[in-house]
Design a protein around this ligand. Structure first.
Ligand code: SF4
Length: 226
């Protein structure tokens, strides 16, 4: 008879979940922002339609709606609050709801939280009308759901019209990030929270490189060059 593997029922603080992914924030996490335990430069906004990796499903898909999550230190480098040498969390006593629900031996609690009462920028920036209007304007001009068909047309058929549409959006994104710094005095570290990941960075993560020649931009599908 095959030996039955013993099921783990407690957290042994191996830190694997803190390296693999970072938590999205929910309504009950808002006091952590009000009390400045979580600062804006530690957050990243995932905008509706942005291609994201779904950890539970193990596949990439467009985000069904906006949510805000804790940033990581780089691809595969783990949560900004994770201290790998001590296998510790620097905000452990005040860790977000998803971190409390995370049990690598039982996904039930995490699954129940998914998509429920998600914190969005409008909750965190409540009352900051001018800034919110600027954010919504960026969302309309740099819209992932609208960018999707042009990206597919360029990726699949190399259509030059589609390339031009993507570049127009890219330029609008670059210009909005400059305006965020110059008009609102926000730092580069906070930019990922206010406007989400730069379009150029997301394109690179899905295999499209942006080349700048003089003051013009061109796209190149990396997979086609292999
Ligand atoms: S906030 Fe703490 S517990 Fe949560 S993923 Fe980051 S390091 Fe891990």
């Amino acid at each position: 008879m095959a030996k039955t593997e013993k099921k783990r029922l407690v957290c042994i603080r191996c830190g694997e979940c803190c390296v693999r992914s970072t938590p999205a924030l929910h309504g009950p996490d808002l006091p952590l922002l009000v009390d400045k335990i979580l600062e804006l430069q530690c957050l990243i906004t995932i905008r509706e339609g942005q291609p994201v990796y779904d950890n539970l499903a193990g596949t990439a898909r467009p985000a069904p709606g906006e949510f805000v999550k804790i940033a990581n230190l780089g691809p595969g480098a783990g949560c900004v609050f994770h201290a790998p040498e001590r296998k510790a969390c620097s905000v452990y006593k005040n860790r977000p709801l998803e971190c409390r629900a995370q049990k690598c031996w039982d996904e039930q609690e995490m699954r129940a939280l998914m998509g429920r009462d998600m914190l969005r920028r409008e909750h965190i920036l409540a009352g900051q009308t001018e800034l919110l209007e600027f954010i919504w304007k960026h969302g309309r001009r740099v819209s992932w759901p609208r960018l999707g068909p042009s990206l597919r047309a360029f990726w699949e058929h190399g259509e030059t019209d589609a390339q031009a549409r993507v570049i127009e959006v890219l330029e609008a994104d670059v210009s909005a990030r400059r305006e965020l710094r110059e008009r609102f005095g926000k730092t580069t570290g906070e930019e990922m929270f206010f406007l989400g990941a730069p379009v150029q960075e997301v394109l690179r993560s899905i295999g499209i490189r942006v080349r700048e020649v003089g003051d013009r931009m061109f796209l190149r599908v990396l997979a086609r060059d292999r």
